[in-house]
Design a protein around this ligand. Sequence first.
Ligand SMILES: Cc1cc2nc3c(=O)[nH]c(=O)nc-3n(C[C@H](O)[C@H](O)[C@H](O)COP(=O)(O)OP(=O)(O)OC[C@H]3O[C@@H](n4cnc5c(N)ncnc54)[C@H](O)[C@@H]3O)c2cc1C
Length: 424
Amino acid sequence: MKHLILGNGPAGVVAAETLRHAAPGDEIVLVGAEDAPPYSRMAIPYLLEENIDESGTYLRKSPGHFDRLRIRELRGRAVSLDEAGRRVLFDDGHFEDYDRLLIATGSHPVRPPIPGVDLPEVHTCWTLEDARAIARFAQPGARVLQLGAGFIGCIIMEALEARGVELTVVEMGDRMVPRMMTPQAGGMIRKWVENKGIRVVTNAGVRRIDRRPSNDAPLDVTLSTGEAVVADLVIVAAGVAPNVAFLESTGVHVAKGVLVDDRLETSVPGIFAAGDVAEAPDLFTGEHLVAAIQPNAVDQSRVAALNMAGGDTRLKGVLAINVLATLGLISSSFGQWWGEEASRGGAGVEHVDEAAFRYLSLQFRDDVMIGATSIGLTEHVGVLRGLIQGRVRLGEWKDRLLDSPLQFVDAYIARSQQPAALVR
Ligand SMILES: Cc1cc2nc3c(=O)[nH]c(=O)nc-3n(C[C@H](O)[C@H](O)[C@H](O)COP(=O)(O)OP(=O)(O)OC[C@H]3O[C@@H](n4cnc5c(N)ncnc54)[C@H](O)[C@@H]3O)c2cc1C
């Protein structure tokens, strides 16, 4: 049996290793499209902060790791799939055949169609190559304009601050991290970063980027508000899209990402998908969801690999989890953090302590917690996750939590020990 794995990020690497254990005699080919050993994008901020060098980002650090596991590594970009012939065409013109295929090609950052977005001082922050370019331009005192204050935008702020740049962040939404945080939480994160000297402009985009005639201030960035900002570097962190182009006109069903079932198998038997490229069923709604964080990529790839090896393992459902460190302020959101309509059994509560930068929002459907948002509650975020992921029936604890939300640890201890409290 030959397993072909497209993508050598965390999903691809963990799938290859899992397959080696589950199917010791099978052939495994792991393909990466970038000019680097398998690495973790999560480590890029530490690289920019110069806490690690490039080798510190590598997913497996011992030399010969993949050879020892008899995992054949290939460099190439898949450009099309021939499902009937069970083979993949790569950008160098060669075909690789397979018995089982894993699509673990991740996603790529979106470059909005802004005039000037292709200038050499404009970069996304996604690959090691991007990190090298950002490090070149983001010197102490450099004026940096960052487009986007979402998950990635917030994560890289700390590294940019550590590099001593003068940072302006422009966000289209009405608050920071609008797709992961409640308005109150987004507002508190904004206040935190502004206190650290970062300028934040919300409800605004970039209209155009022009090169200045003089060399000392290379770019003029015009915002949608009409304001002009001078910048030495523009970082685009305006969202990502799954790498699915090579699946066009195939039987593999794609919505935003590749649609998979709870075995991580696609609409074509024998073809699986995992990680940032996959849309797996949500824990609560069963609707498909891209949950683009590394722990999900790893969980999904393990399940996919076990099934590729002939097993029958199922993923219970994806829980959207976002844990974010913005200049040292830890925030998190889980599940359906925005809540549920009252007519469908929804109820919610907020605890706000602006002075201490502590915040909690709990959201319920009937007596089950379906979502939460927190700031500054680092020690107990695992409990929130446990309550939501375990779909614990809270009984009378729901009303107690609506009165005093900070008692969620007590609720967890009281209710999660009772098997009858778990929703099947
Ligand atoms: C700066 C930054 C910070 C982050 N911080 C965090 C964090 O703190 N916590 C967290 O959970 N997540 C974080 N993430 C997200 C995390 O990195 C991703 O969720 C994770 O990398 C997903 O793993 P993956 O294997 O699915 O995809 P990827 O890591 O993107 O790997 C996909 C691989 O497929 C290859 N590929 C793409 N197209 C093709 C093709 N056509 N043919 C062959 N190969 C192809 C790519 O080159 C790549 O090697 C961060 C991301 C970035 C950019």
